[in-house]
Ligand binder design. Structure first.
Ligand code: NAI
Ligand code: MG
Length: 362
């Protein structure tokens, strides 16, 4: 009997449902090809949750997610809900609670330049010829964004602003395992980013990462100070496979890496909990400016589904096949409007035509 996985499908708002439809068709194709079954349950989230059930993250949606092996998320938000109190708005009211409820402590964001789209990057052609694929693994629930003490104390010019960077050994251990396990499914290299020449939390970080590295002799481990890492990313990004970062360094470096690709709208992401549970979503938003026109690029959503197969379901072969199918249609010249460069050999297509081309390539 085919192996079955339960997926909570949360399309959300704007282009979310449009690109989700294509990702679901790709899952259909994977079912046929690999003898697996994806049991999908749809649920409201974001503006769709507010309009249909009165809340950005309704109870029914939480329960559907709890019963699932993974969440496939579209995107939420739009002008219609912007006048609501901040905590009730689609993004804050849905994304932050989801992270908290499911303990999504590891954020994985690949920055991918496909060989045929190098023209979109801000980097020189010779630096990125052949494309690149760097994965930033960012710790998402600790570090300077959350540690205590924190706040502004005192009065007037005597005020001091305080933030604390704190990491416990278990917090470092679990994110480090995520990075090494991800590297095992990729090019087997981890570069750990820290500031161990200045920060005590980084001294501990480096020590713990080095210890865990010994459990993964098949993966090469290097360490780099964050300032050098920021520089090396623009100088020669191809030297990296997996970048392991604490929360703030990962926030900054993942945005830097994403922008090197020149096409934020094509990038997927994963947020993982302990075990195999995860939430998968495009890096971009609900794109209200193009919603309803059928022209959105479905690639970020399709690659997010691919990450779900890779990291939550262990279907590495099928995940590789999705990545390869995307690269192939780009080589064949298929372009949605956002990546169309008016070059010879390019074929301008809409959302569903791009989805069909990817399925054909699969
Ligand atoms: P956005 O990412 O939705 O759009 C920025 C630009 O990129 C727009 O011109 C849009 O058309 C384009 N774009 C994004 N994804 C695309 C795709 N797949 N294909 C083609 N073009 C694409 O960011 P923006 O405009 O700042 O936010 C719009 C709404 O989305 C807001 O309500 C915001 O709160 C929400 N948002 C939601 C996120 C989420 O659900 N995780 C993340 C970021 C923003
Ligand atoms: Mg950021």
């Amino acid at each position: 009997m085919a192996k079955a996985f339960k997926v909570a499908v949360l399309p959300g708002d704007g282009i979310g449902p449009e690109v989700m439809a294509e990702a679901l068709r790709v899952l259909d194709a994977v079912e046929t090809k690999y003898d697996v079954k994806f049991e999908r349950t749809h649920a409201n989230v974001g503006g769709a949750g507010i309009d249909n059930e009165g809340k950005a993250l309704p109870e029914t949606t939480i329960n559907i997610c709890k019963a699932a092996d993974a969440i496939l998320f579209g995107s939420v938000g739009g002008p219609k809900w912007e006048t609501l109190p901040p905590d009730e708005q689609p993004e804050r009211g849905a994304l932050l609670p989801l992270r908290k409820i499911f303990g999504l402590y590891a954020n994985l964001r690949p920055a991918i330049i496909f060989p045929s789209l190098t023209g979109a990057s801000s980097l020189k052609e010779e630096v990125i010829a052949g494309g690149f694929n760097v994965l930033v693994v960012r710790e998402l629930t600790g570090g300077i964004y959350f540690s205590q003490p924190k706040g502004i104390e005192g009065q007037g010019r005597d005020r001091i602003g305080i933030d604390t960077m704190k990491y416990s050994v278990p917090e470092i251990e679990r994110i480090t395992h995520v990075a090494f396990q991800a590297a095992r499914k990729r090019s087997k290299k981890v570069c750990s980013i820290d500031k161990a020449n200045v920060l005590s939390s980084s001294v501990l970080w480096r020590e713990v990462v080095t210890g865990i590295g010994k459990e993964y002799p098949d993966v090469e481990l290097t360490h780099m100070y964050v300032d050098n890492g920021a520089m090396q990313l623009v100088r020669w990004p191809k030297q990296f496979d997996v970048l392991l970062c604490e929360n703030m360094f990962g926030d900054i470096l993942s945005d830097e890496a994403a922008m090197l690709t020149g096409s934020l709208g094509m990038l997927p992401s994963a947020s993982l909990a302990e075990g195999t549970f995860g939430m998968y979503e495009p890096s971009g938003g609900s794109a209200p400016d193009i919603a309803g026109q059928g022209i959105a690029n479905p690639i970020a959503q399709i690659l997010s589904a691919g990450m779900m197969l890779r990291y939550s379901f262990g279907l590495v072969e099928a995940a590789d096949a999705i990545d390869k199918a995307v690269a192939k249609v780009l080589d064949q010249g298929y372009r949605t409007r956002d990546i169309y460069q008016k070059k010879d050999g390019e074929k301008l297509v809409n959302t569903s035509e791009m989805g069909k081309a990817i399925i054909a390539a699969l």
